[in-house]
Design a protein around this ligand. Structure first.
Ligand code: GMT
Length: 384
């Protein structure tokens, strides 16, 4: 199949999943065209297996807001014709669902070319941004007319039915995935420099607690920092490493200082490959108040890192409370502090959660999930 995949290039799960999907589909022999306004962050592998196309947007003094969607659609039409694409798969509904609809109809009307499109819903494209009235009518229209819709969790499917009135039977849940042949404990054993890295972060043999996110307000890093303060006050010898960057970074660095945590909470900034930090971490914590899936939890679990996370959205579909991690009520500082302490101070629990986490991640392995996408593509192409 010749597949066009459209995504955001920035740090965020939808771009990561789209890029990994491009790689996995290409490995399986499909011709894949990844399309984004700049190079997606997970293309760090220097992948030579698929095409990458950028979307140039013309700047003109009249435009206060450059008409990005027109540029995107024009580029999609060009790529679809030049490479004779069979199917278009867009990741994140805003603005891609509407853009895909327009692309499809330009191709049909002006070039007599058929190009069905699939929209994969990732999270805030439904729960926050997409349902805002400045986008909702276009998102709804783009979804109603899509040839296929997938959602990354049952939670997100239900939200889409509720918020947009899309019939449930039209949305297929395909969970996010991870390639466990690349994300595993064996990687940690091979990387010999990790001992030095660990000593550098935790010279007094502190436990290492890790958080990775795009530092958006909904990640509630303030809850994480306050919980960590309690953990330290209870005498636990620990360091917190925060990986990533985003709108809340400065506020959170300030909060860490105000909580007298500047020596204990380390802000590492963006790391392209998170495996190294996960290898040396004893626990991963995600305090989001909303999360449709929480791809980073899967990344942590695959590396054998137990997790403590909010019981919200699609997270319980990924992490089962007491089995591969502990789940806490949203924004409940005391409960997070207690859960963190429990895992760190109970070696048997820690070992069991870590073992189960690795096994759980394998259920979401690329080899299990990619065929589900291929099946959706084939089903749609058969009906064209
Ligand atoms: O919605 C966002 O904030 C960003 C979005 C993205 O583009 O990465 O994240 C969503 O998609 C991820 C990949 O499917 C999920 O793992 C995240 O849980 C989801 N974020 C939210 O629902 C907040």
């Amino acid at each position: 199949m010749k597949i066009g995949i459209v995504c955001y290039p920035t740090f965020g799960g939808s771009g990561i999943i789209a890029t990994e999907l491009a790689h996995e589909l290409a490995v399986r022999g499909n011709e894949v065209h990844l399309i984004s306004y700049s190079r997606p962050v997970r293309m760090y592998r220097g992948d030579g297996l698929y095409f990458f196309h950028q979307i140039p947007v013309m700047i003109y003094p009249l435009f206060e807001y450059p008409p990005y969607e027109s540029a995107l659609v024009s580029r999609l039409v060009e790529i679809a014709l030049k490479h004779d694409l069979d199917i278009l798969h867009v990741h994140y509904a805003v603005p891609f669902a509407g853009a895909a609809y327009m692309t499809k109809h330009i191709l049909k009307q002006q070039h007599n070319k058929v190009l069905p499109y699939i929209v994969t819903l990732h999270g805030t494209d439904i729960t926050l941004v997409g349902k805002d009235k400045s986008f909702a009518p276009v998102v709804r229209f783009g979804l109603f007319n899509a040839d296929g819709i997938t959602a990354v969790s049952r939670f997100l499917k239900n939200e889409t039915v509720e918020n947009f009135g899309i019939p449930a039977e039209r949305i297929r849940v395909i969970y996010n995935f991870i390639n466990t042949t690349q994300h595993n404990r064996e990687y940690c054993k091979r990387a010999q420099y990790l001992d030095r890295w660990r000593r550098f972060i935790a010279p007094r043999n502190e436990f290492i607690i890790c958080h990775i996110s795009n530092f958006r307000p909904l990640k509630r890093i303030d809850v994480l920092l306050k919980s960590f303060r309690k953990v330290i006050d209870d005498g636990i010898n620990a360091k917190l490493v925060l990986v990533g960057d985003g709108p809340e970074r400065q506020n959170m660095e300030l909060l860490a200082r105000n909580l007298n945590l500047e020596d204990k909470a380390l802000f590492l900034g963006v790391q392209e490959d998170v495996r190294d930090i996960l290898c040396i971490s004893d626990l991963f914590v995600l305090t989001s108040e909303s999360e449709s899936f929480g791809l980073v939890l899967l990344e942590a679990m695959a590396m054998g890192c137990p997790v403590v996370a909010s019981e919200t959205g699609g997270i319980p579909e990924v992490v089962r409370d007491g089995i591969e991690g502990l789940l806490c009520p949203v924004n409940d500082v005391d409960s997070f502090a207690l859960a963190i302490k429990k895992v760190l101070t109970n070696p048997e629990l820690h070992e069991r959660l870590a073992r189960n986490a690795v096994a759980r991640a394998k259920k979401f392995d690329a080899s299990v999930v990619i065929p589900q996408y291929e099946k959706v593509y084939k089903g749609i192409l058969k009906n064209e």
